[in-house]
Design a protein around this ligand. Sequence first.
Ligand SMILES: Cc1ncc(C[n+]2csc(CCOP(=O)(O)OP(=O)(O)O)c2C)c(N)n1
Ligand SMILES: [Mg+2]
Length: 672
Amino acid sequence: MDISALRSAHPDHWKKATAIRTLTLDAVAAANSGHSGMPMGMADVATVLFEKHLNFDPKAPDWPDRDRFILSAGHGSMLLYSLMYLTGYEDMPLSQVKDFRQWGARTAGHPEYGHARGIETTTGPLGQGIANSVGFAIAEEIQRATWGKKIIDHYTYVMAGDGCLMEGVSHEAIGLAGMQKLGHLIVFFDNNNITIDGTVDMADITDQPKRFAAAGWHVQEIDGHDPDAIDAAITAAKKTNRPSMIACKTHIALGHAAQDTSKGHGALTDKEHLKAAKEAYGAPMGDFEVDPDVKKQWEAIGARGEDTRKDWEARFATLSASKQAEFNRTYAGEAPKKLSAMIRALKKQVTEGQPKVATRKSSEMVLEVINPVMKETIGGSADLTGSNNTKTSDLGVFTPDNRKGRYIYYGIREHGMAAAMNGMALHGGAKPYGGTFMCFTDYARGAMRLSALMGVPVTYVMTHDSIGLGEDGPTHQPVEHLAMLRATPNINVIRPADTVETAEAWELALTSRKTPTVLSLTRQGLPTVRKDHKTKNLTAQGAYVLADAEGKRQAILMATGSEVSVALAARDLLQAKGIGTRVVSMPCWELFEEQEESYRKRVLPAGPVRVAIEAGIRFGWDRWLFGERGKREKSGFIGMHGFGASAPAERLFEEFGITAEATVAKVDALLK
Ligand SMILES: Cc1ncc(C[n+]2csc(CCOP(=O)(O)OP(=O)(O)O)c2C)c(N)n1
Ligand SMILES: [Mg+2]
């Protein structure tokens, strides 16, 4: 690569792009770790994008109508940090760049949402960013249709590398975006033919432009170091009504001894090579040194969006006060005030009617009430709409011809759905929920973990949550999934026992600000176990006494979801034998853990034998069986010990010993 030709062809551009390269080299060298090559390769694309196209204002990083910039190739984090420092984001002073990858710094190894305003999403697990961006673009389309172009009209720009495009989730994202004709989504493919192990063709010979074109995308191929070509390609991409992919032929670690090699992917810390690269660039030689003129030019780029933002604010101010309040409410992620009154009314009605329904159906009953008053909800399912009961009558379907539709047919794309929901929630003004079978949380897990890590309150509607789904058999019957989800920090896993608890669970999910929720719902019908109306949201306490012992309290039965009614039946049998038995419904462990010690002690007092009943594996239950004042030798577990089987549900509960009778036998044995 002839660096001098690039330098002389566009000297002003070159200096600006070079600042990204030298800051990256210096930050990685100082940290003695990180990834130098990607920012060095994509610096030209980033410079043209920020200078000529991206609508952004470092002074107002949360301005709702800004363009979104998603660094899907999150290992290239220094690209983002350099851009934020150069253009003048308050959260990104030079000291942060110097502290790259250090304890307490905002400049983590990979971009972390919430560390600095201006980081739109957490990336690093390859493929997530491009899949998030589909959600960003869907949210933008829906809001543009809803609020009008003068309030919402922006683009989502993404940088994705070979790795992002090789990851399976990108296939789901690309397919969904192409079908949905997300014209405001523009992806730059860092086409450098290098990954960690070597050249891309060692593992993949996919023709990426053809792949995107086959999915309905507008595709261009350019020299990723030619600023004119980059500019022209972005201009063309903005005009088409299809999502755009710009394959940018680049050189990883441009201008460094490691250029075009897999060594260039990682940390380039060799002092001599670093010096030689800076010399070849004609850049200032000092550590973290940026020519003051060049910094000024970057700051001018940063200042470019201020007027646009202020114009937007003026347009926003022309909305009626109530519309402004509604917009601000949804962007703040607040539920409407009337939500809890509506949930209470539904609970009262359910308690009176005492329906026997599956909790997936209960969930639909709740959504029928919620969706008409929370217009920011965006529902969907990964091709299991009729099974997940996620679609309510008022939503309308989101398609290229109906941008106001709030229901998304995600297709068979669990991971893509979860990642898109993260994007919608991060975009702002949207409350996404989506469904699949509980067993396929495995397929969605990469993105679900990021919901938790980022603290975005999306809701996962996971139905068919045990062997209770019956005949479909062990491939479809989750057993370890509750444990896996409960092991993940910052997820509320709620397994409601009936319609009342389901309504309470939805209230918690929709008022959650920083924690995603998994609703674990049944396929099979369940009796109403909450027979007395309580206005208070008991599920919010995580666990509570559903039925207390009569006479001397000798046993406590703890259960969740479909097994709460098993516990109640066991209690009837035990009480008939004179064994005082308390039933504790435990819909959400995480929330119970958050309660005061004194409350937990009241619910789970020392003394009685304890039996937990759940149609999943035991993992985790010991915390409640013999933590919290319980005793190992006085506790037992009724549940699954391996995979399920294909048979009618009732037979399965019998065969696997998850019955009232088995519970009674366990209690009897423990009391001996
Ligand atoms: C899901 C996932 N798998 C593996 C990694 C580890 N990893 C980080 S970068 C990378 C190679 C990426 O190649 P490419 O996207 O072409 O980046 P480039 O080398 O061009 O910078 C790998 C395997 C990761 N971050 N995420
Ligand atoms: Mg690459």
